[in-house]
Design a protein around this ligand. Structure first.
Ligand SMILES: Cc1cc2nc3c(=O)[nH]c(=O)nc-3n(C[C@H](O)[C@H](O)[C@H](O)COP(=O)(O)OP(=O)(O)OC[C@H]3O[C@@H](n4cnc5c(N)ncnc54)[C@H](O)[C@@H]3O)c2cc1C
Length: 383
């Protein structure tokens, strides 16, 4: 019946399915345990008709022309340069911290002096990890580094990761650098925006192909068995390619213990007022238990919508309990070792391919995930 089976209908699974079906002529089955496609990019109108991102705000941003062109076959875009501010006391400061932020917190002369020193030390346009900035011995740069560390990183990181910035991987702190420029945009990529009519219609079109069958509400465990020496599909050996985008520990019953993740509790609220915060995203870096508030009408361009819907994000440690979602892999050596133990169990299946943020225990942006899925699917399509 099928040449390939894909587990998960997020961007990894959906992009791989489309390329396999279209370029390889493969008959593809996509199984998705949730009742909808789109993975964490899934969006839907709420009870008030406002398009919300169910699993947190997702902004598509990329420099990859081919990925952008591929997705543009399934959607038009609402383009914008995504900007984020942090609420520090009474001020709203541009994030990532940049030269505009510098001029908001220090008076003109002092800010100009520090600006010159930052440009001299790191170069205009550079992006500097906060931990690296803190190593600079110049007293002015130390002062600004200390301000940024205390007001932008410390409490926010404690909330998000349950650890201090110095305790987590530099790869993670580096995701929000200090930027030596006047550019207030959160990302630096050429293309930034969201699908004009939402992510879900984009995924629907991507998966709408005569060679693709999608089964939602279907956990792969109901169809596939990985317990023996060969993969079995509905009880019979399956020799085609299996692309698995779920959590790798779940594939083997979490037998070595669960891979640690951070999870998020999204609390949505609809308000009968035109606007709540006038920004799409406000980070709370020195106060509150939540990390940020997203106001969807500013993210998706629905400025004429009646009322407004916001979401607050409360991070917590994932336990695997029913209903919890593992969002962020926690990058640490011991977790990498645990991941490797699970990954090694897949070696016996030469046609099983681990793909995606869960299966690879790694953070990916949408564009990087799409690129990886397209590349893998092309290799498999050629087989
Ligand atoms: C809060 C948050 C905000 C983000 N914001 C951005 C952003 O602004 N821009 C950006 O580029 N990236 C963003 N990302 C990253 C983005 O979500 C990921 O790049 C993307 O979701 C990865 O796609 P995926 O297919 O690997 O995983 P997912 O989207 O998680 O899809 C995996 C799918 O597999 C399904 N599945 C798992 N196990 C099974 C099973 N056993 N059987 C059947 N189905 C199964 C899951 O239900 C899920 O639908 C964000 C991530 C988070 C957590």
């Amino acid at each position: 019946m099928y040449d390939c089976i894909i587990v998960g209908a997020g961007i990894a699974g959906a992009a791989a399915a489309r390329v396999l079906a279209e370029e390889g002529g493969k008959r593809v089955l996509v199984t998705e345990r949730r009742s909808h496609i789109g993975g964490n990019c899934y969006d839907r109108p709420d009870d008030h008709g406002i398009l919300i991102h169910e699993y947190g705000p997702h902004i598509f941003h990329t420099d990859d022309d081919e990925v952008r062109a591929f997705l543009s076959r399934f959607t038009e875009w609402y383009d914008f340069g995504h900007e984020v501010v942090a609420k520090v006391g009474d001020q709203l400061l541009p994030i990532p911290f940049n030269l505009n932020t510098l001029h908001l917190i220090f008076d003109g002369e002092k800010a100009s002096r520090i600006e010159k020193k930052l440009i001299g030390a790191y170069g205009e346009g550079s992006r500097v990890n906060i931990m690296r900035l803190r190593e600079n011995e110049d007293p002015d740069i130390q002062e600004i580094a200390d301000y940024v560390y205390r007001n932008v990183f410390l409490y926010y990181t404690m909330k998000q990761w349950g650890q201090k910035p110095e305790e987590i991987s530099p790869e993670v702190t580096g995701r929000v650098p200090v930027v030596i420029s006047r550019d207030n945009r959160y990302f630096k990529d050429v293309y930034q925006g969201v699908p004009l009519h939402g992510y879900t219609p984009m995924f629907e079109r991507m998966l709408d192909h005569e060679n693709i069958e999608v089964m939602t509400d279907t956990d792969c465990a109901d169809l596939l068995d990985f317990s023996g020496e060969e993969i079995r599909f509905r009880g019979k050996p399956f020799a085609g390619a299996v692309v698995y985008t779920g959590a790798v520990d779940e594939l083997f019953g979490c037998r070595f213990g669960r891979l640690p993740y951070r999870s998020l509790d999204f609390r949505f609220e609809h308000l009968d007022q035109e606007s709540f915060q006038d920004h799409s995203v406000v980070n709370y870096t020195v106060s509150e238990d939540f990390t940020r508030i997203t106001e969807f009408k500013f993210l998706t361009g629905q400025r004429d919508a009646c009322g407004t819907t916001i979401v607050r994000e409360y991070p917590f440690a994932y336990t695997g309990a029913e209903g919890e979602i593992p969002y962020y892999a926690i990058l640490a050596e011991e977790n990498e070792r645990l991941y490797e133990k699970y990954r090694a169990l897949t070696d016996r299946f030469s046609h099983l391919h681990l793909l995606g943020r869960l299966a690879e225990y790694k953070y990916y942006n949408i564009d990087a995930m799409c690129r990886k899925a397209m590349d893998l699917a092309r290799r498999l399509a050629a087989q």
